[in-house]
Design a protein around this ligand. Structure first.
Ligand code: ZN
Length: 186
């Protein structure tokens, strides 16, 4: 990792940790939100080998506008235009119902910029891992719907990074197996 990225990355981690400090992962008991942001960013940096500073900073900050009172303008002042633009692309309109947001993610996936696509795909893979690695109060139907939605989004944005595509495919196949294993025996 180029040494110059380190101070900025720590700045972004601290910023995310502070703004998400009372957030917990939806459905999971008390799982700190920052764990998710570190997991996605670490996957990109160390599993996929991403070295692009704006991409890694945006990965740390990808949910900060959606889930906290931070604005895109505030992000731009602190981390620059490129990072703010990537995060804006990844921000769902939280005034819409859950199903609608998931539908729009699929519909708009192909329009994402290449850097936003990379983060979206890593986010989906990471969420699928969490979904079956931690106890969560979701029905099997909701888990199945999440997996399907992730696969639909992935279909539209794969192709930029073979390593990441393979990681997503492997994760989705693993999630499918987990889902089958959780089906009640008939
Ligand atoms: Zn996320």
């Amino acid at each position: 990792m180029p040494a110059l990225i380190m101070p900025e990355l720590l700045e972004a981690l601290q910023f995310a940790a502070i703004h998400h400090q009372y957030d917990r992962r939806a459905g999971y008991s008390r799982l700190p939100y920052i764990n998710h942001l570190i997991k996605v960013t670490n996957c990109l940096a160390n599993r996929i080998g991403v070295r692009d500073e704006a991409l890694l900073l945006a990965a740390v900050l990808h949910d900060v506008v959606e889930d906290t009172d931070v604005t895109v303008e505030g992000l731009e002042r602190r981390f620059g235009r490129e990072v703010a633009d990537i995060v804006a692309e990844l921000t769902d309109d939280m005034s819409l119902p859950y199903e609608e947001r998931k539908r729009l993610q699929v519909e708009r996936a192909a329009q994402l910029s290449p850097k936003a696509r990379i983060i979206r795909l890593a986010d989906k893979a990471s969420n699928l891992r969490d979904l079956f690695n931690y106890p969560i109060e979701w029905s099997l139907e909701k888990k199945e719907a999440y997996l399907q939605n992730s696969e639909q989004v992935a279909e539209r944005i794969k192709g930029d990074n073979p390593k990441l595509d393979a990681w997503f495919d492997e994760t989705a196949a693993w999630a499918r197996q987990q889902l089958q294993a959780q089906q009640p025996a008939s």
